[in-house]
Every structure is written in C-alpha cells, then in structure tokens.
Design a protein around this ligand. Sequence first.
Ligand code: C5P
Length: 248
Amino acid sequence: MSEKQQVVPTVGVVVVAAGSGQRLGLGIPKARVLCAGRTLLEHSLDAVIAAGIASHVVVVLPQDDAVLSSVVAAAGRSGGAAVTAVPGGSTRTDSVRAGLDALPASIAVVLVHDAARALTPPDVFRRVAAAVAAGAPAVIPVLPVVDTVKVVDGDVVTATPDRGGLRAVQTPQGFDAVTLRAAHAAVGAAGPTVTDDAMLMEAHGATVRVVDGDALAFKVTTPLDLVIAEAVLARVPVDATSLPHVAG
Ligand code: C5P
C-alpha cells in the first residue's frame, strides 16, 4: 500500500431506542411514537443509512417490541449495512453496552446515537465519523448555549457559569471502539447520572473533541418537540435534511 492510500476504518453505529418515553406521556416507547406517519425509529434509521458510513448498525430496543423489531428488519432489507436488534437495559448506559457487545470485534469506530434525535441530518454522522477516523478517540457534536444557565441549590442560585464556555451536546457521538469498550468496562454498572458516553470517556482519561452539531439533531423529549418535528417534516415533506444548515 502506498503512503498516500488511506485506511478507511470500519464503522458501526449503535442506535439506542430502549427508553420508555415517559416525558412524552403517550404510554408507549418513544421510538414507536409516530411523527408525520412514521415511527421516530424509522426517521432515525433513515438518517443512519443515508449517511452511508456504517457496515453494521445495532438497534437497542425495549424487550419484546414487535413493532420496533419489524422496523429494524425492514431497515436491514434496505441494503447498505447489516442492521440487527438487541434488547436494552434499565439505563441508557446499559443499553449502549448491550449494543456495543453486539457489534463485531472488527469494528474500529463506533457511533452511538439516540433514536430520539430522529431528524439528525446524515452530514452530522459523516462529520463525527471523519473526526474519529482522523485520530480523535472521542468526538461529540455540539451547539452553542443560547440561554443563560444557572447552578442552583434548591431554589437558590449559587453560580452563573460563563455561557461562552458552555456547549449543548447532541448525538451521534463517535469513538475509537477499543477505547470506548475499555471505558464501559471500567465504569461497571453506571447509574442514570451518566447521560452520555463522552462522560465515560472523560472519566477514562480520553480527550473528547467537539465538532459542529445541528439544530435538527434536537432530542424529541416533550410533546412540544413532537410538534416541532412534525412541522419540520411538513415543511420539507420528502427530505428534511435539505433544510438550510441552522446550527449556531
Ligand atoms: O432518556 P434519555 O432522553 O436520555 O434517552 C436518550 C436515548 O437513550 C433515547 O433514544 C432512549 O430510547 C435511549 N435509552 C435506552 N435505554 C434506556 C434509556 C434510554 O436505549 N434504558
């Protein structure tokens, strides 16, 4: 191989979709909620597959969910990547670990993505994967924080961090696979206060780098988010990813 030839690492994506969606209040798992007539998981998998970077996609589902299992099977038939499902755990970290365990050992770069970020443009996946392939062990997409943020103790404000140094964090988050597996193994059973995988990498001593996120990668969490997602899809009925870049 000549010096100029680049080795393209094999990329796997873990899509975590095993959450209950309690904050949406619809009584079904969030990934199964319909948005413009399709489940949030279908929208998420469309973006993963359109990004065209992954050889393997593992989708982490609630136990025994026949609807979401059939969504995963259909995505697998679309070609391009092997798409499989595994059952999740009681915390997000447990679910990510189940997905990691199901990826082939040969995968060099892992992207971990929240199914709830259903409208994430494929470019964000490519941007994160490219930064990891270029040598960063951990890469997260971020946006500037527009609100002033306070630290509180009960109902008393104790500090106001400088907004300029804060970033709101999205997914997909990308990692060197060996380092991510080691970070998960080191933490053991992580509680619900571990809200993303970059936290585990920071605790493991790995440098976490940031790239531009995208406003369309917002997490569908509340009923208002669902209204916004429906409005975005109604505005561009065929491909929401062709909206102008609205980061920043
Ligand atoms: O609850 P939270 O908003 O942090 O969930 C983020 C993502 O993690 C969602 O896509 C959700 O389905 C997933 N999750 C999971 N297993 C859990 C909890 C959350 O796969 N036990």
